[in-house]
Design a protein around this ligand. Structure first.
Ligand SMILES: [Zn+2]
Ligand SMILES: [Zn+2]
Length: 500
């Protein structure tokens, strides 16, 4: 018996699209889960421009199980995260670091199972990556723990000791869960946040110290840190923090963005510091995380929306990076391709539609009209304006001085006439000289150019025959697009032929 699941997908425009997915009856170790809750994560934002079902922090109730399922039964409340299945055989899997399994057979969000996700009514998952949600954790709280909670718990469980002093930058989704987990584990937690606004919240969650970071160049009087967990959605200015790090301390940048990690190297070298990459948690730690959260009443601060199209859209709007572009690797590759071919298409179009015809026309013109006539034409064009101005001004001044002579003294008017005439003559000389120079430069440049092209190429052909490679369009229709140059005498020398 199949199940028609309602799902919410991304789209090229970034709009959330409601759709349906047919889910087969679970077989073997598969489990059909009716999704009751889903967290919304920054990672979903990265995928919302893709045609895939979104959501990877799901919680639901087991509705059907395959014949090989051993650990779950119908009615169990389960959660799942970014990883759907691992190969179980690679070195990472054997070491229990299955969150880093990249072997074939491994299935993760965004790469496999694109037809289903936690933004939907149902999904079928392998039982190996479904985790029973303990009774002490409400499903709405369990959902965000499955990804963000697991990520910060992994750091705590793998790298941090209870006697350590840990700085946490940011008190958002990841940060506030980190503060809760770390303080409950007995760690000395120091929170760094942009403004004073979150001081009370941080201290209430168990942080021992809080520092507002805006405009701070160096932190004065703050005891050094063993670890620094960066949970902000943009990487910080490292300098103030590097001054706070103990020798042999570690930095965990959890900021998932596609920019480069730029950090001063000398403090890292001299301090023997580590920069640690980490993502979600191994299965063992995922399980421990849920148990720990239940035991210590760790509750993510949540805002609830209905699990429908509007709710998903509204919820995603609340993500701090909702105005950013979605930079998955595939997306980056495609958009690079797209922009490169767009640029090539534009330059090609400019060349074929404007530049080459214009050049061809002017060449034709110069070939038809003798060079002396060309010279006179260009010179006349340049000299026309000063000549016209000269005539108008002369007329005007002669008339005005004549009028002056009638009314006043003769000597004064003669002097003025002389002055104006010489001034006008001078202006005319300058203008003519300028026109002559410009014309000479232009014409000699052209003659030089013609000389070079004629000696370089076969005589009688104004341009070498060439085939212009056309950028491959992204779709299949590109195969048939060829650009050839036809006869040089034809005014439309370049033809685009497409036969799709
Ligand atoms: Zn996530
Ligand atoms: Zn593996």
């Amino acid at each position: 018996m199949t199940v028609e699941a309602t799902v919410f997908k991304g789209s090229s425009s970034g709009e959330i699209v409601q759709s349906t997915t047919t889910l087969e009856t679970p077989k073997g170790s598969q489990v059909l889960v009716r999704t009751t809750h889903s967290g919304i994560c920054g990672t979903d934002e990265h995928f919302k421009h893709r045609d895939m079902v979104l959501g990877h922090e799901g919680v639901g109730i087991v509705e059907q199980i395959g014949e090989g399922v051993v650990a779950l039964s119908v009615g169990d409340v389960v959660g799942w995260g970014f990883t759907h299945k691992t190969c179980g055989r690679c070195e990472q899997c054997l070491r229990g670091q299955d969150n880093f399994c990249r072997a074939p057979g491994g299935e993760v969000y965004g790469r496999a199972n694109l037809h289903q996700g936690s933004f939907g009514s149902h999904a079928v998952w392998d039982e190996s990556f479904l985790f029973k949600v303990p009774a002490g954790v409400a499903p709405e709280h369990a959902a965000p723990l499955m990804c963000g909670g697991a990520t910060v718990f992994e750091i705590m469980q793998t790298y941090v000791r209870p006697t350590d002093r840990v700085g946490i930058i940011g008190l958002g989704g990841l940060g506030h869960m980190a503060v809760q987990f770390f303080t409950k584990a007995g760690v000395d937690v120091v929170v760094f946040s942009g403004s004073e606004g979150k001081r009370a919240e941080a201290l209430a969650m168990g942080a021992n110290e809080f520092y507002a970071t805006k405009g701070v160049q160096t932190f004065e009087g703050v005891k050094p840190l063993d670890h620094l967990v960066v949970t902000t959605n943009a990487l910080p200015d490292w300098n103030p923090y590097l001054g706070l790090m103990k020798p042999k301390s570690s930095i965990y940048p959890l900021t998932a963005e596609w920019s480069n990690l730029v950090i001063p190297i000398m403090p890292i070298i001299l301090g023997g510091m580590s920069i640690v990459g980490t993502v979600i948690a191994s299965r063992a730690n995922q399980k421990r995380m849920l148990e720990f959260a239940a035991r210590h009443s760790i509750r993510p601060v949540i805002e609830e929306f209905k699990l429908d199209k509007n709710g998903v859209e509204e919820g995603m709007q609340k993500l701090p990076m909702s105005d950013r572009e979605p930079p998955t690797r595939e997306y980056l590759a495609t958009s690079f391709d797209k922009s490169a071919s767009a640029v090539r298409a534009y330059t090609d179009r400019f060349e074929t539609a404007y530049a080459r015809p214009a050049l061809r026309k002017s060449t034709q013109y110069f070939e038809e009209v003798p060079i002396t006539a060309t010279f006179v034409a260009v010179f006349a064009a340049f000299a026309f304006v000063p000549v016209a101005v000269f005539i108008v001004f002369s007329l005007f001044s002669v008339l005005s001085i004549f009028f002056l002579a009638l009314s006043t003294a003769f000597i004064l008017s003669s002097t003025l006439l002389l002055f104006f005439t010489s001034l006008l003559l001078l202006t005319l000389c300058v203008a003519f000289f300028f026109a002559l120079c410009t014309t000479l430069t232009l014409v000699s440049t052209y003659v030089g150019y013609r000389l070079v092209t004629l000696t370089k190429n076969r005589v009688g052909r104004p341009y070498p025959r060439r085939v212009v490679p056309v950028p491959r369009k992204l779709s299949e229709e590109s195969e048939s697009v060829v650009v050839v140059e036809s006869e040089a005498t034809d005014s439309e020398t370049v033809k685009q032929e497409s036969s799709d």
